[in-house]
Design a binder for this molecule. Structure first.
Ligand SMILES: [Mn+2]
Length: 282
């Protein structure tokens, strides 16, 4: 299995960050299938587009800011392995960077991490709130399914623009903070970033559904919605959150068979690099 290009140690024990692929879309109801191809595709594209060869030497196309961290790519795992593997990662104080697969995987990751970290401050980038409660344990009920393990007052959703009435009712019922793409357009990314940073608690987990982005930047997702975030704003905010410190992050819902020239997979690779390099930097 090809490793993501940002991985730089074969030694799990030595690493600060652990990349994990979870190629499973069994709890998606999307019409577009194929998110299970994303973990391998994103790794492959990272090696094609984020490496340079000069005089036979391979070097990394690194981000401008931040410092290189010790990163281990664990490879792909199956859904039933999530609990044990994330327990092992968090027990050794390493930070998991997960690549899905459908968004329901986030439920299992958060529930596994919460056993050690307690209540989590959730930053949920998505076009959809994933806050259905009449059906559970699928990609549209993630936020409902993790409610016992998150602290609502320090959690936030970003990029929301396509909701079922039931989800709007749940957002109001639980007083969940929501930032839409129009809020960012109106207030500017600096002010929105300050609001998000002020809200966050100590144990921050970032879940990044690639459909939070406008389909112009990320066409290869399983449920695209127009009028989304632009990639620079989204990653600016992500980097500022990562600088404060995160307990984990995921990149979900890339759907390579619907992509345009692999641009969504490449963006996913770049997003991972920006978070890795920015994490814990002040
Ligand atoms: Mn989602």
């Amino acid at each position: 299995m090809e490793k993501i290009c940002w991985a730089n140690t074969e030694d799990f024990e030595q690493s600060e960050f652990v990349v994990v692929g979870i190629p499973d879309e069994s709890q998606s109801h999307a019409l577009r299938k194929g998110t299970e191809e994303a973990p391998s595709k994103i790794r492959q594209i990272s090696n094609l587009r984020d490496l340079y060869e000069r005089d036979g030497q391979i070097s990394l196309g690194r981000p401008f800011e931040g410092t290189e961290k010790k990163v281990h790519d664990l490879g792909n795992i199956n859904r039933p392995q999530i609990e044990n593997i994330y327990d092992k990662i968090s027990a050794s104080s390493k930070i998991p960077i997960s690549i899905g697969g459908d968004h329901s995987i986030t439920r299992q990751i958060i529930n596994a991490l919460a056993k050690r970290h307690g209540k989590i401050s959730l930053v949920y980038f998505d076009a959809h709130p994933d806050f259905v409660s009449s059906t559970t344990n699928y990609y549209g009920s993630v936020v409902n399914d993790v409610l016992p393990n998150i602290e609502i007052k320090s959690s936030v959703q970003i990029g929301i623009r396509n909701l079922e009435q039931e989800e709007l009712d749940n957002i109001e019922k639980y007083h969940l903070e929501v930032i839409t793409p129009f809020d960012i357009r109106e207030q500017g990314i600096r002010q929105i970033t300050n609001c998000v940073l002020n809200r966050l608690g100590e144990k921050v987990y970032v879940s990044f559904d690639m459909d939070c982005l406008d389909p112009a930047y990320a066409p290869g997702v399983s449920v695209p919605v127009p009028m989304g975030l632009n990639s620079t704003d989204a990653v600016y905010l992500l980097k500022e959150i990562a600088k404060k410190g995160i307990i984990g992050m995921d990149v979900m819902e890339v759907c390579p068979s619907f992509d345009v020239k692999d641009r969504t997979s490449h963006l996913a690779s770049r997003i991972i690099s920006e978070v890795l390099y920015s994490s814990g930097e002040t």
